[in-house]
Design a protein around this ligand. Structure first.
Ligand SMILES: Nc1ncnc2c1ncn2[C@@H]1O[C@H](COP(=O)(O)OP(=O)(O)OP(=O)(O)O)[C@@H](O)[C@H]1O
Length: 251
């Protein structure tokens, strides 16, 4: 099966920092894929390269067959993106903001109004649909962020640390939404996180990044079995300690 996201030797060198170092993995169509790493591991840089927002120093990547450098506009058209940090326009409401994002994709009229209603219901934002975004809590802001990422009915969804601002109920709801999108609509989801329990709840397959390098990628159950670690946090610690030992760093 052709992967939905295919990353080969992807590398990003900033002046003196190799933020992403020769990373290779793929994501199958319709899966919720977990992209794990500590703060500064290179998750955001990778996602931005996949969306054509940053140019790789080396390597390549394709999203549904489109090259992320040569065909970045096409990639963005079929993708949804929730950045790790962003500010919503304080004077807009969820309705006006979602209509605005839709207009960036050239979408308007009744189909967009229906889509906005669907997203407001999905994220339980109906009661605040006409309230100014300036007064929203971080959890509600996150829900509006997720709604905007879905306005264009994306085939691939990139979520950069989507659960960070959510409380336990919001987090469980998010994981349920992601599973539903993948199962019912065939949406491919790549979400980054450093919250290991999110991965266990949502993903069958994962990639684990450490200081820009891929420590492991594949089926989570198989990785746990291969390393004799029944839990995700044990697997993560085992892989990180192994990497540190190879680099001559004592924990
Ligand atoms: N524009 C930049 N110039 C120089 N270095 C950068 C730049 N952007 C990111 N970096 C560095 O690249 C590395 C990877 O950063 P990145 O934001 O991709 O990590 P991350 O895994 O998303 O982290 P977090 O979970 O904290 O968001 C870090 O060392 C960071 O300081």
């Amino acid at each position: 099966m052709t992967p939905a996201i295919d990353i080969r030797g992807l590398t990003k060198q900033y002046k003196d920092v190799r933020a992403v170092d020769d990373v290779t993995f793929s994501v199958a169509p319709g899966e919720v894929f977990g992209f794990v790493g500590h703060n500064g591991a290179g998750k955001t840089t990778t996602i931005q390269m996949l969306l054509g927002l940053l140019r790789p120093t080396a390597g390549s990547a394709r999203v549904l067959g489109r090259d992320v450098v040569a065909d970045s506009l096409a990639v963005r058209r079929i993708s949804g993106f929730l950045p790790a940090s962003y500010a919503l326009p304080r004077d807009m409401t969820p309705v006006t903001f979602l209509a605005y994002v839709a207009s960036m994709f050239g979408l308007s009229g009744k189909p967009v109004r229906n889509k906005i209603d669907e997203l407001l219901t999905m994220f339980d934002l109906g009661k605040v649909a006409k309230k100014k975004l300036g007064g929203f809590s971080s959890g509600m802001t996150q829900k509006v962020g997720l709604a905007q990422a879905l306005i264009n009915d994306p085939q691939v969804l990139f979520l950069d640390e989507p659960s960070t601002a959510l409380d336990p109920i919001g987090r469980a709801d998010l994981m349920r939404h992601l599973a539903t999108l993948a199962r019912d609509k065939g949406v491919t989801v790549l979400f980054s996180t450093h919250i290991l329990s999110d991965i266990e709840d949502a993903s069958q397959r994962v990639a684990i990044l450490h200081h820009g390098r891929l420590l492991a990628a594949g089926d989570l159950a198989e990785l746990k079995a291969a390393h004799g670690t029944p839990r995700m946090d044990d697997l993560y610690l085992t892989l990180v300690r192994g990497a540190m030992a190879r680099e001559g760093i004592t924990p």
